[in-house]
Structures are given as C-alpha cells and as structure tokens.
Design a binder for this molecule. Sequence first.
Ligand code: ADP
Ligand code: MG
Length: 285
Amino acid sequence: MSADRNISATSGVVAGTGARDAGDAAMQVRSVSKHYGGLEVLSDVDVTIDRGAFYGIVGPNGAGKTTLLNVISGVVKCDRGEVWVDDVDLTRLGPDRRVLHGVARTFQTVRLVPGRTVLDQVVFGAYDRMGGHTWRHLTGQRAAIRQMAEIRGDAEHLLEQLGMGGKLDAVAEMLPYGDQRRVEVARALMARPKVLLLDEPAAGMGPKEWMPLVEYLLDLTRNGLTVVLIEHNMKLVESACERVVVLDFGKVLAEGPPRECLRTKEVREAYFGTGKVSYGRRVVG
Ligand SMILES: Nc1ncnc2c1ncn2[C@@H]1O[C@H](COP(=O)(O)OP(=O)(O)O)[C@@H](O)[C@H]1O
Ligand SMILES: [Mg+2]
C-alpha cells in the first residue's frame, strides 16, 4: 500500500472481494475512443487498475473524465476499444449487466428517487444486483420477507457506517448535498460491487465531511474493493489515491502516483492553465 494513503481508516469492512495481490488487475480500459459528432472526447485511452486500488481520474473541465466513467459503466458505448473487469470483456454489455459483473457507480449530478427516504434509496440499490427481480415477484413468500429484512439491515448498517444512522427516515432530497452524496455511495455499495465508480463524490464537501467518507472507502479497498473516483480536490487525491490518470482533451497526459503526476509542468499547465496548483478547494468545473 502506498505511503500516500495516510488517512487512517476506522470503519468496518462491508464489501469487497477478498485479499489483494500486487499487480492483480481489477479493471482494464483498452484503447478506448469515443466521438461526439466531430469531437473526439476519448482518444485511445488505456488504463489498468489494480484490485483494491483507490484510483483517481483527474483533469480539467471537459477532459473526458465523466465520459470515461460512462464507458466503463456501460452508460455510453465506446466507438473503439474494450473494457474488462476481472478477465471478463464487458464491452458489449449494457449497464444493468455490468452491475451483475460487479461494476457500480454514482453520478456527477445526484440522482435520488423523489419523495423517498434515505433508507429506501439505499434499499433500492440491492435491486441492481438481483438481475431485475422486484419485490412484486416475491410478495407473500416467507423467503422474500426474510431477504427484505436482511437487505434493510444491510442498508441500515451501511448508512450508520457513513454517519447517516440518524437520518434513515428523512426524505433524501431534503438533506444537505453532502448527505445526498453519501446516500448515493451507500446505494451503489448495496450492489456489492467489485469496482465502485464515483463521479466527484466529495463535491461540495468540506474536509470534515470528505475525510470520513474517504477513510471509509479506503477501508473497503483493504478488503479488495476497487474504488475509481473523479476528483478535483488535490488534497484528497494526494492523500488517498495511490495512482491517478490525468486526462486532457480525451488523451492520457500522465499516469502514476499523484505526487509525481500532478507536479509535472505539462500536467500543471494543462490542468491549471497558469501552472499554479490550488489545494483543498475546487479549482475547475
Ligand atoms: N452526450 C454528449 N454529447 C455531446 N458532447 C458530449 C456529451 N457528453 C460529453 N460531451 C462533451 O465531451 C467532452 C467531455 O465531457 P465530460 O466527459 O463530461 O468531461 P469532464 O467530466 O472531464 O468534465 C466535453 O466537451 C463535453 O461537452
Ligand atoms: Mg464530469
């Protein structure tokens, strides 16, 4: 484990796929390209991410970060290239099938079910791993009632771990933005992913909010979960990510440990324009 990952973890492990082997790839993005009209949004992108990594995707606004996450999760089909998770080629599968292969995600813009409680939102996350089963199919069956109780228990436990235990019955969209983002992370974890993709999970959070969230996620990586996050807060990236890929105009500008990647002249100029680096706050959209 990298010495960069210096945020101590305190929370319990609830997800993951087992112990970590060095050099064991959880996910590979192979020569992926994507066009929108005449615009090449991703250009021959190659990324290999080790199992149990806490991996950052960084780059200026419009660099293609969200598109890369969309291609990995299957929300968007790439024009060329492949996406592999655990030696399975997912390239031609839709997002629902990819969840069954262990890929879960959150979105840059919060997507909660209107009017439903925090607990409900997280319980819904379990549907994703049930391959389309709904409670309607199971109503009245004793096993279904037991399973529902287990799912509710898992959801409550996850929310407690994320500091949301006192807000289970709150209507999610009425909560502060940081709470809503934590609900979405809990919802994605209910799919029991091998690879968790997070699009700006700490946006709008101060250090008192993002540090416990990152500590919690780092703890899950120690049990084999692979976390891939898009992040603008360089303090978070440098303290938690063992490696990053820097995108610029859809191309990989650099890949490696953040302290090495983010300090190169090309990256600072591409990412920050002026070559100045701002830490601990959002500097680009
Ligand atoms: N569905 C789309 N149709 C057309 N252009 C898009 C679409 N999605 C993204 N883009 C364009 O692709 C580029 C990369 O977008 P995005 O991946 O969202 O960047 P980032 O997340 O790094 O800010 C931007 O120029 C954006 O306008
Ligand atoms: Mg984005």
